[in-house]
Design a protein around this ligand. Structure first.
Ligand code: TRP
Length: 74
């Protein structure tokens, strides 16, 4: 699979409370929400940046792991 500028990097999100939202934003000139995934406490989402997704917004208490490190947003 192609991998230009980490476009296909994976990231991991672990929800630390119910109702954490993982929102995918579109790649390209038009930046808009295209998908919202709701995680409950202790649910884990493993996802990639893709041709369609260049940014992700996480709302709610969670642990986020990326190739740049780990961060928690409590
Ligand atoms: N269909 C989307 C895509 O291929 C699915 C997706 C990938 C996604 N990574 C995401 C949705 C991150 C939300 C957040 O781009």
């Amino acid at each position: 699979m192609e991998n230009i500028n980490g476009k296909n990097d994976f990231f991991v999100i672990k929800a630390l409370e119910d109702g954490v939202n993982v929102i995918g934003l579109t790649r390209g000139t038009d930046t808009r929400f295209h998908h919202s995934e709701k995680l409950d406490k202790n649910e884990v989402m493993i996802a990639q940046f893709t041709e369609h997704t260049s940014a992700v917004k996480v709302r709610g208490k969670s642990i986020i792991q990326t190739s740049h490190g780990e961060i928690t947003n409590d």
